[in-house]
Design a protein around this ligand. Structure first.
Ligand code: PEP
Length: 251
């Protein structure tokens, strides 16, 4: 199973800036990319085409949208459809990122509809899940993961598994805060996610990639990706500079 090394550029970079970063990334990492690594970049919508151009000839690299609306087309001002993402060269989309759940107010149910609709439309999906600090301290980790997995994967058909879906475990308290979950916390949460995948999809659930996200940096990436059931990482802040993200990719 290839490790999936994903970059979330959030609401950073103009199209030109994103092209420059993507081109440097390709120059730094593409030649040296080991066979067991795959790279995925989620730029803002306005930079999808320029990043796609910059990465077109970089084997092992792909591009995805940070969000999507679960309809083919229609009166949904400000939204973007799976077909539009595919048209910009995207192979992937992110659903349920914690900033969309907690800043924009997306519900579990909407995340589930986005996930299922995107898969049917031909995109691969990274479904993000994770607990807040209050939920963790109240001993509700298992319950939150179970609920987010059940609703997030509600409409997912067995033929999407394992290749078209990955799950990113991102504890909300570790995103953009500099606080990394420790190895015991990551191992425990990823084991829970694996068990939920297997109970939902049977043996195929063992081959679904589970990514860790939350303050991953060049200094901690190697230790994190070596942990049980960690099949890649989703990186925000430390992916914005080509040099830093390429050190993570090659960690
Ligand atoms: C993210 O945006 O998914 C993320 C994990 O951010 P950071 O790496 O900055 O914590």
């Amino acid at each position: 199973m290839k490790k999936l090394m994903a970059a979330n550029w959030k609401m950073y970079k103009t199209a030109g800036e994103a092209r420059t970063t993507a081109a440097s990334l390709a120059a730094l990492a593409a030649e040296a990319l080991p066979d067991d690594r795959e790279v995925l970049v989620f730029p803002p919508f306005t930079a999808l085409s320029s990043v796609g151009d910059a990465l077109r000839h970089a084997p092992g690299f792909s591009v995805g949208g940070q969000d999507v609306y679960p309809a083919a087309e229609g009166a949904f001002t400000g939204e973007i459809s799976p077909a539009m993402l595919l048209d910009c060269g995207c192979g992937w989309v992110l659903t349920g990122h914690s900033e969309r759940r907690h800043v924009i107010g997306e519900t579990d149910e909407l995340v589930g509809r986005k996930t299922a609709f995107s898969l049917t439309a031909g995109l691969k999906v990274v479904l993000c899940i994770g607990e807040t600090i209050e939920e963790r301290e109240a001993g509700r980790l298992a319950e939150v993961l179970e609920r987010q997995m059940a609703t997030g994967l509600a409409g997912v058909k067995a033929d999407a598994v394992p290749d078209a879906i990955a799950v990113a475990y991102e504890p909300v308290w570790a995103i953009g805060t500099g606080k990394v979950a420790g190895p015991p916390e990551i191992i425990d949460a990823h084991a829970k996610v694996r068990q939920l995948l297997v109970s939902r999809f049977g043996e195929a659930g063992r081959a679904v990639r589970i990514l860790y996200g939350g303050s991953v940096k060049p200094e901690n990436a190697r230790e994190i990706i070596a942990l049980d059931n960690v099949d890649g990482v989703l990186v925000g802040g430390a992916s914005l500079q080509a040099d830093s993200f390429s050190r993570i990719i090659l960690a």
